[in-house]
Structures are given as structure tokens and as C-alpha cells.
Write a protein that binds this ligand. Structure first.
Ligand code: 5GP
Length: 201
């Protein structure tokens, strides 16, 4: 008797500096899930690779993909567009592969509202946030790759974004990197045990 299960769509949101991207990347690097690489119109930062960190595309190309219906969700964040291609998610879920996606709160609303049943069965949503505002500011400043005005804008946006945490099923209050990852990985391990994900029983 083969018991297969459908893939999990682990949707992770949280303010800049919460460490969510590191968590998602590590899960993918350890082979626990496929990382959904997003399209963005923002310029790449030093060290970022096209096709790995993001698909860096022009605004025109982004708009074309919107009109072709290629996105599962998309949103404007900090003045740039970001979107998840359906191809980065749906085919993997269908064959039982888990997918992790790092998207903002507007995108999360769209995924929750999506009427595709395979998404609804797969979806696990988590909000990652620092324990205090001081800690958030420290983390935003600590990255060192952005200008002061960018940090201020991100702090303002981050506080607005944090207001959304009650919409999520799970919340992780950030502690040490290791502790965070331990909890994060435990979540996907537990979700894999869900009876509702089993098929061909
Ligand atoms: P950053 O520019 O720092 O890489 O990302 C800025 C924000 O955009 C982060 O909150 C990140 O989660 C969000 N983001 C990244 N990819 C996507 C996406 O495909 N869709 C949406 N809605 N947000 C995204």
C-alpha cells in the first residue's frame, strides 16, 4: 500500500530583519523544501543572483506576466513589485514536494483567498517577528546594505506589517538563529503528519 501525501506550501511573512529569508533558505538548502523564487522589479543587491534570490525583471516584463495570469499573487512592496509565479509552486505541490515561500502580508492575503483547492489543502502560514521594537530596529540597522532613509521607511513599514500577525495560523517570536530554525523545522515536520494531507489511504 503506497500512502502518498500532498505537498505543503509553507508561507512565511515577517518584517525585514525578522530573519525569515534565512529560515526559508536554510530549509531549502537542507533539502526539506523547494524555495519559491519570486519575480521582482527592484534592483539586485550586491551578492544576489538572478534566478536564485529573485528573477530580476523590468516593470514592463512584470506587467506582461500580470496580464498573462502567470502570478499566484503579487504586490507592491517598498515601491517595487514582487510576485510568485504559479510555476514555482503548483507543479511541486502536485507531486508531493513541499514548497517554502517568503512573501509579504498583502501576498499572504491573496494566497489565503485563492480558490485553488490544492493551495488551500497545502497552505501553512507563519509570521516571524522580533520580540521587541528595539530588536527590530537593531536588526534593520545591522544589515548595513541599505541607506538610512531606506531603513527608516522599512521600520515604518515593518511596524505596519507586524499589525497583521493575528491573521496567521502560526507565529514565531524570534530568538537565536538556531532556536528559530529548530522551531521552524519542527513546524513543517509536524505538518507532514496531518491526516488531511494523505491521499490513496
Ligand atoms: P526584499 O526586497 O528585502 O528582498 O523583500 C522585501 C519584501 O518583499 C519582503 O517582505 C519579502 O517577503 C517580500 N516579497 C518577496 N517576494 C515576494 C513575492 O513574491 N510576493 C510578495 N507579495 N512579497 C514578496
Amino acid at each position: 500500500m503506497t500512502i502518498e501525501r500532498t505537498g505543503i506550501l509553507l508561507l512565511v511573512s515577517g518584517p525585514s530583519g525578522s530573519g525569515k529569508t534565512t529560515l526559508c533558505r536554510r530549509l531549502a538548502d537542507e533539502g526539506e523544501a523547494i524555495y519559491s523564487t519570486s519575480c521582482t522589479t527592484r534592483p539586485s543587491r550586491e551578492g544576489e543572483r538572478d534566478g536564485h534570490d529573485y528573477y530580476f525583471i523590468s516593470r514592463e516584463a512584470f506587467e506582461q506576466k500580470v496580464s498573462n495570469g502567470e502570478f499566484l499573487e503579487y504586490a507592491e512592496v517598498h515601491g517595487n513589485f514582487y510576485g510568485t509565479l504559479k510555476t514555482e509552486v503548483l507543479n511541486h505541490l502536485a507531486v508531493g514536494t513541499d514548497v517554502v515561500m517568503d512573501i509579504d502580508v498583502q501576498g499572504a492575503d491573496q494566497v489565503r483567498d485563492c480558490d485553488d483547492t490544492s493551495i488551500q489543502v497545502a497552505l501553512v502560514d507563519l509570521f516571524v517577528m522580533p520580540q521587541t521594537e528595539d530588536e527590530l530596529l537593531k536588526r534593520l540597522t545591522g544589515r548595513g546594505s541599505d541607506a538610512q532613509e531606506v531603513i527608516e521607511l522599512r521600520m515604518k513599514n515593518a511596524l505596519g506589517e507586524i499589525d497583521n500577525w493575528p491573521k496567521y495560523t502560526y507565529r514565531l517570536l524570534s530568538d537565536t538563529r538556531e532556536q528559530d530554525y529548530h522551531q521552524f523545522k519542527s513546524l513543517i515536520i509536524a505538518e507532514r503528519l496531518k491526516v488531511s494531507r494523505l491521499k490513496n489511504l
